[in-house]
Design a protein around this ligand. Structure first.
Ligand SMILES: O=C(O)CCC(=O)C(=O)O
Ligand SMILES: [Fe+2]
Length: 234
């Protein structure tokens, strides 16, 4: 089974596995996430980012605060076995980031988590969903299969439909493995907030700050300095 998963990931640049995690464990994490954020938290990124990126998420790094339940999930045996099958020995964890999207927010525009300049230099998103993504409330993940090998995301509109895009609605307990060079976005969020939790990892030899610069259709944005490092125009 793992062999098929690995093949599918290599070809498609993503792999969605429903019912991967235990439901009670998801409920517990979900409770902790809402305990941290509340239902309507303040924004974190500056207005320029929100505007240009058409992306609205508020991050939280629970493992940096030693929250035990997230650490426990990061030690999930099958998750890490699968990670090693995809990334090879010596892969490293980039910790854990919870992403909160408020009700009536814009989701995340098309992006690549890191520049695709060198194919072996990429991050793996290991996305965990603690609640169902209900298509009626938006927040679906959209990905172009195979785009992890297509190079740079073309300049254009942040939320327009791209050829061959696939729309995914992960459920509580789903694991979504997503290549950082794959073209992906999150659709706008409806009346209820949305959360996802990402345990990013990288192959050995890939710098741990590989996702510092994210490629959007309108710009390259550097998170460490909160700066647009390149405007992209057609
Ligand atoms: O929240 C999601 O479902 C996807 C988030 C994403 O694009 C990422 O973590 O790189
Ligand atoms: Fe992403």
């Amino acid at each position: 089974m793992i062999g098929e998963w690995v093949l599918q990931f290599r070809e498609q640049g993503y792999l969605l596995l429903d019912d991967f995690f235990d439901g009670d464990q998801m409920d517990h994490l979900h409770f902790e996430i809402f305990d941290h954020f509340g239902y309507d938290p303040d924004h974190f990124h500056n207005d320029e980012f929100l505007d240009k990126a058409a992306t609205e998420v508020i991050p939280w790094f629970p493992m940096q605060e030693g929250v035990a339940s997230f650490k426990r999930l990061s030690q999930h045996a099958t998750l890490n076995f699968l990670t090693q099958a995809l990334l090879g020995k010596g892969w490293q964890s980039l910790g854990c980031m919870v992403m909160f999207s408020k009700a009536q927010s814009r989701g995340q525009a098309w992006h690549q988590d890191c520049p695709p300049d060198e194919p072996p230099v990429y991050n793996l998103n290991r996305l965990v969903y603690t609640q169902d993504v209900d298509p009626a409330n938006g927040g679906q993940v959209v990905v172009v299969p195979g785009s992890h090998t297509f190079g740079l995301l073309p300049v254009g509109d942040g939320h327009e439909a791209l050829p061959n895009q696939v729309i995914l609605a992960p459920r509580k307990g789903s694991l979504l493995l997503l290549h950082g060079h794959a073209w992906h976005r999150v659709t706008p969020v409806g009346d209820r907030p949305r959360v996802s939790t990402n345990f990013r990892a990288v192959p050995e030899q890939v710098p741990l700050d590989v996702t510092d610069i994210c490629v959007y259709r309108t710009m390259r944005y550097q998170f460490s300095t909160n700066q647009v490092v390149q405007e992209r125009v057609s």
